[in-house]
Write a protein that binds this ligand. Sequence first.
Ligand SMILES: Cc1ncc(COP(=O)(O)O)c(C=O)c1O
Length: 457
Amino acid sequence: MGQHEPVDAQKLRELDIRHHLHPFTTFAELAKTGSRIITRAEGCHLWDAEGNRILDGMAGLWCVNVGYGRERLARVAFEQMRELPYYNTFFQTATPPAIELAAELARLLPGGIDRIFYASSGSEANDTIVKTIWYYWNLMGRPEKKTIISRTLAYHGVGLGSGSLTGMSFMHEPFDLPLPRFVHIGNPYWFAEGGDLDPEEFGRVAAGWLEQKILEIGPDKVAAFVGEPVQGAGGVIVPPPTYWPEIQRICRKYDILLVADEVICGFGRTGRTWGSETFGIEPDMVAMAKGLSSGYQPIAAVGIGRRVGDVIFAAEKEYAHGVTYAGHPVACRVALENLRIMREEGLFERASGPVGRHFAARLAEFRDHPLIGEVRTCGFLAAMEIVEDKETRRPYPPERRVGFACREISIDNGLVMRAIRDAMVLAPPLTITEAEIDEMVDKARRSFDELARRLGR
Ligand SMILES: Cc1ncc(COP(=O)(O)O)c(C=O)c1O
């Protein structure tokens, strides 16, 4: 299909329903409604098959950090495909892009994290982390130290290991997960769980749940704690500033590895290169994906710090793990060029500069909206909580699907917002301008007003 040629949307929709199984979709529902088919994109905007122009408030799935339509990324992919479209990194071979990207990531990563293992998705990166945690403690002669603690409402992916780290019951129950040796504690979601505590106090209480769980299991059996600096798919849960320092202290006290899942927070999303920098976390390992290539190529990576890296590097044993496309040369070239663009345009810090402040200030206006109980922002991440009662923070009953309704209204108004329960979430490209933020706020306001009208408020 050529550029901008009209597509037969109806025909595509029929084929889609008949043959294409989508992730995270109720197929019976899809069969009735059909898909919205996205055909092209430029900057922060998408176009659907009907020609509607839609502001992408979610940067795809929190990933298109440099925005759409970057010729430079297309060009390096084309050049690399001509030169060397594929070669693997198994059995003591490598390609220049895989090596150069590893060195660049080692330069960017905090706290001496300087060894890089590649994967193709965030889920694979987190499965790699799970196996590497277990491998490390085996090499250390502590095979009983295997339980991994993560949090409810965590999202770490869908593999057997990464899906077990994930803390969403609707993702566990149909598939008999989590596997044994995965344990979840509560999360620092002050708006929903904080009650009468002030956020700082609640942050300390929520971190204390980790210590309680470690003592319950026995520190000799606990291998690691894994967490997103800001829980993204759980609803943009921005932890109180007291939370992470306390988590860090507890992990050190009980000799437990600390892993930061930077799949969303990495590469400038929170206003620093890493979410770990924003929250003062010193992780032993990090998972990254999404913003690494701004979604232009499927690529992910695990950054491994000295403590674990030196042990597995020195072992006289094969690291018997890896996927065909680990360090794919085209993906690595695109990621390198993407990081170059981010550096040249100041995108790693843009969310903490004037445009980031404009984003936070404009969204804060919704605190006065009759439907909105809380507005949370961290860099270019935001959540706006729709509630039935602002005073008591009482949500609507889930079966009313108020967030879902808001999302549909919003798309019809030309804005992609994501609904997580009834929190309306935004994570736009890091290139978003002040004028586009204003467009986003106008469209969001129209959507909240329309929803309020339908709810009789
Ligand atoms: C924090 C986090 N970790 C891991 C993943 C899984 O990544 P993928 O969908 O590439 O497997 C995601 C995806 O949204 C994520 O948000």
